[in-house]
Ligand binder design. Sequence first.
Ligand SMILES: [Zn+2]
Ligand SMILES: [Zn+2]
Length: 427
Amino acid sequence: MLTIAETTEGALVRIAEIAAIVPAHVRPRVRCVLCEHALVPKLGTKLRHHFAHLPGSSCPAAGGEGEVHLAAKLHMTLLLRELIAARLHLPAPSACGLCGEPYTQALLTFESTDQVQIERSVGSRRPDLIVRRGDRVIAAIEIVVSNPCTDERWADLLSTNAVVVEVRGEDVLALPDTQTWLDDPIEYSRVSLLQQDPACPSCLAALDEEHRRPRAEAITRCALDVRFPDGRRTQDTFEVWREWDGTRWVRAFIQSALRGRLWELEGTCDDIEELRVRGREVFRSYRAELVRGAAAYSCDTFAEDALPGTILAELASSWWWQPARTRWVQVYSFQEAAARLQIRRTTFGRWVKERRVRAIYVRRDRDAQEDTRCFDAEDIDERTRRLENWRRTAPTLTSQQFFALRVRNTMDAIRAGEAVWDEERSG
Ligand SMILES: [Zn+2]
Ligand SMILES: [Zn+2]
């Protein structure tokens, strides 16, 4: 039933406003928004007051679905105008993401200059109602009577980048004229933009209250794992904290699991980055003290509870813990060993393959990606000593002596199962 019509000036009027004007002959003439033909107010006692087309009208809104559709469109237009005039928001019934209670989300907040436009034709591809802010469409409302929008139509509406809602005509008409939309939000059958984790006002207030309670939070955390040549191990965690007194951050301090509170700062502690920088300074000097004499240490700023796995810094890279012999051993890496012997890395690689140098396998740490291969320092050191010896005598030799030494060395090497210096010279 049509309960809203248009005056000759183009304003929308409700049937109740017309009925209130007496006597009847001073009531303004009204017309149908769609066909623009005159409508007659029906103010009887049997049916709800409404406007009717004249008998024989061919207007699509003169009965059936067309009438429901137009009636709902006009009703919603007036509801939207009220929201806009009061600068309220477009409501969407929803449930609180925290307590589950029903509550109304605000899809968008209107400005008093926003404009509602009604699509007056039937079967258009344009939305039934749009709300404009300047040249921008901020909301598109589709009113459906029997069938919901097709997915294609819905995609079309979404492409406007506006808030898009689909609502059933009967749900719009079920809202009495006397009641505002906000008191009893209309259920939408589809809506484009709902907040994912909404919270109702009472839950928001509770969160706010929670936020005001005094508390402390850890800004940064670091775990330190120190190993000493005698096998001792020291583990500590180091955390920068700050305290909230209910209104602001008032105090920061650094906590070491081993030593307790190391540092404290009174005053405004809003700037987390600044606290981190100051924390790092304190940490560095504390670390320097803790790792004195260590063979290796690691610090892991991401460790949550377990101590770290990855060795980030090594005080003496040549010390490794050898579980089989339960002691620390000094070792050289592939590169270090080749450099120390002053031979090419390819040559050294061949020695390794031929087992001329003792390679030891060191498990880097329990969480490390792969084990590292190192070379026993005793073996490499012995070879280095021989190289140094040979070097000391070699420069004073004549070419004949040099040749003779080379032959002797080669013979010695062959006897010992390794042709060392010959290879060094020719390589
Ligand atoms: Zn009409
Ligand atoms: Zn809630």
